[in-house]
Structure formats: structure tokens, C-alpha cells
Design a protein around this ligand. Structure first.
Ligand code: SF4
Ligand code: MG
Length: 322
């Protein structure tokens, strides 16, 4: 087995918004060098907030962020800027994040100028090379964002993220805004780049079908907490958390018996007032009394697999009210 080196780690990380909503609650999570970790969950569960906090785009309210062993939680000024060069983000809506008035070459060169202090000529050359690499050609640099389709704009967004030579990339729903016919192309591009450039990636998506294609491991979030983390194969073979089971039941199975479709009851509870005990108990079909009062810890149930549940699905054979 390959030795795993932690590249990005968060410890007891919380992000609170002004109204005391804890969007991310005491998260411990490690992303290992070279892996793609898929982060899944319903919209509003805190995935994007966690991804942005890792990059110090959003300030955590407590906890620590370690990048290559260095505590970057309180970095400021030039040290933060140079560290940021290695930590980049690909956004869901590339158009919203591309300045419509600037030429594409300038947009892609910008983070290289800002984060690495590169000279203009070098930055421009790098930008044009990257536009070529992502399949748009160097001539794309002279055009403006509105001249491109959605998929092409996401390629521009990817080129921009790669410009400063990152080691860690957070891709936040990078294909959700694209036509299904285009999604596979952009996913394959990201997968190729991740491999060729030895990138480590946090791939945020609500789409488990997409995550299955790109992720080595999968982490599931619910109401600001990680509720399951497992290897991709273990996760898709047999979910261990009841919420994972419900999410997975809606993903078409390729070569297996169709799963029973579990309809999630009710809405995601208000993150400002999470239910007591296990926060999933209001929607869980296996909930017992203990679940309503005692929060379960995130506990290892198999090597490399942790679950936040009193009654993980893979560890027991008989369930009280199943
Ligand atoms: Fe369901 Fe209880 Fe497990 Fe929570 S702890 S997921 S309510 S069985
Ligand atoms: Mg989001």
C-alpha cells in the first residue's frame, strides 16, 4: 500500500456566519497528497464553505488549517499570498467569476501576477500555454469571456486556477452549471490535469455519479458535519451511514441489482437550529431513542472508513426498526 502523506488538514474547524449559524461544525478532515477527495451532500450542508475555509477565502471562526504541516490558519500578508499560489479554486459558475471586460489571457495571467509576483511577459506566456493545454488554443487569449460557451468558460476557469502552479485545488461543483453532454469533457480534462500535474483535489459536488468518476475517497457532509468518509469503492459498494444510503439510492447502479429508492423525508433542517442528538435523526428511518439525545462521534468502523452513527449499516446485521 502506498504511503499517504497529508497535504491539507483541518482540525476542529468551524465557520460561523454573523447570525450564529455554524455552517461548518468541528470538522476534522485530511486530504492526502495526490488524491481526489469527493465532498458530497445536499446544497446548504456546508461543502462550499468548508472548501473556501481550507483556502482561507472564508475565515474560520475556530480550529486549525494545516497545509504541508504548516499551520496556515493565521497567516497574513506576503506569506499568505505566496501560500495561496499553491491553493486554488475552480468555481461552479465560471462566467460569474470571469471579468467580462478583460481579455482571457489577462484573466488567466492575473493570479500568477498577484500570487507569484511574475513579470507580465512570463505571466502572459504561461497563460497562453495553459489556454492551449485546456484545449482552447493560444488564440483564445485575445478574446473575451462572452465569446465562449459554458464549457469553454469552465476551461478558462481551470486554466486560471492552474496559472500559479497550485498543488491543492478545490473544485466547487465545477460541472453543475454545464449541459450534461459537456460535463464529461470537463471532468476528463480535470482528471487528466490532476494526474499530469500531480495535483491534490477536493472535488465538491452534489452529484454522486460525477464523484464516482473522479474521486479516490468520498466524504459526506450533513448540516456542517462530516458524517461518513470512505474509499470510493467501499462507499459505492455499501454505504455505512443511513444518510449516505439515502443519497446513494438515487444514483443509477451500473452492474448491480437496483437499490431500493429511499426518499429523504422532509427538508434539510435549519442550520441555525440543528436537531439535538444525531442531527440526522429527524430524517433517519433507523432512528432510536438514543439518536434523539446523544450525538454520535465520527468513529472508525473499518480501516480507513469512519461513520458518525450509533448504528452504522455495515457493522450490524439486525436493525431495530428497519
Ligand atoms: Fe440514524 Fe441514529 Fe445513525 Fe443518526 S445515529 S444516522 S438517527 S441511526
Ligand atoms: Mg455550494
Amino acid at each position: 500500500m502506498k504511503v499517504q502523506t497529508p497535504l491539507m488538514q483541518v482540525e476542529k474547524l468551524s465557520v460561523e456566519f454573523g447570525n450564529k449559524v455554524r455552517a461548518v461544525r468541528d470538522v476534522d478532515l485530511t486530504v492526502y497528497e495526490g488524491e481526489t477527495l469527493g465532498l458530497v451532500g445536499e446544497s446548504g450542508c456546508g461543502k462550499s464553505t468548508l472548501g473556501k475555509a481550507m483556502l482561507r477565502v472564508i475565515e474560520p471562526s475556530s480550529g486549525a488549517i494545516r497545509y504541508r504541516g504548516l499551520n496556515i490558519t493565521d497567516l497574513r500578508g506576503t506569506v499568505l499570498r505566496s501560500t495561496r499560489a499553491e491553493l486554488q479554486m475552480v468555481f461552479q459558475d465560471p462566467f460569474g467569476s470571469l471579468n467580462p471586460r478583460r481579455k482571457v489571457a489577462d484573466i488567466v495571467a492575473e493570479p500568477l501576477l498577484r500570487a507569484r509576483g511574475a513579470d507580465k511577459k512570463t505571466a502572459r506566456e504561461t497563460a497562453l500555454d495553459l489556454l492551449d493545454l485546456v484545449g482552447l488554443g493560444r488564440e483564445a487569449g485575445e478574446r473575451r469571456p462572452h465569446e465562449f460557451s459554458g464549457g469553454q468558460r469552465q476551461r478558462i476557469g481551470i486554466a486560471r486556477a492552474l496559472a500559479p502552479g497550485p498543488r491543492f485545488v478545490v473544485a466547487d461543483e465545477p460541472v453543475s452549471a454545464l449541459d450534461v453532454s459537456i460535463q464529461a469533457q470537463v471532468i476528463n480534462l480535470l482528471a487528466d490535469l490532476t494526474r499530469d500535474r500531480e495535483l491534490t483535489m477536493l472535488f465538491i459536488s452534489h452529484d454522486l455519479g460525477v464523484v464516482r468518476h473522479v474521486a479516490d475517497r468520498v466524504a459526506v457532509m450533513y448540516l456542517g458535519e462530516i458524517i461518513e468518509i470512505a474509499s470510493r469503492d467501499a462507499f459505492f459498494a455499501a454505504p455505512a451511514h443511513p444518510y449516505s444510503e439515502a443519497l446513494l439510492s438515487s444514483v443509477p447502479q451500473l452492474s448491480q441489482e437496483p437499490r431500493e429508492r429511499i426518499v429523504l423525508e422532509g427538508e434539510l433542517p435549519d442550520p441555525a437550529a440543528p436537531p439535538p442528538g444525531c442531527t440526522y435523526h429527524t430524517r433517519c428511518r433507523y432512528a432510536v431513542d438514543k439518536c434523539r439525545t446523544t450525538p454520535p462521534p465520527l468513529a472508525e468502523v473499518q480501516p480507513g472508513r469512519s461513520v458518525r452513527c450509533h448504528l452504522p449499516l455495515i457493522a450490524i446485521t439486525e436493525r431495530p426498526n428497519a
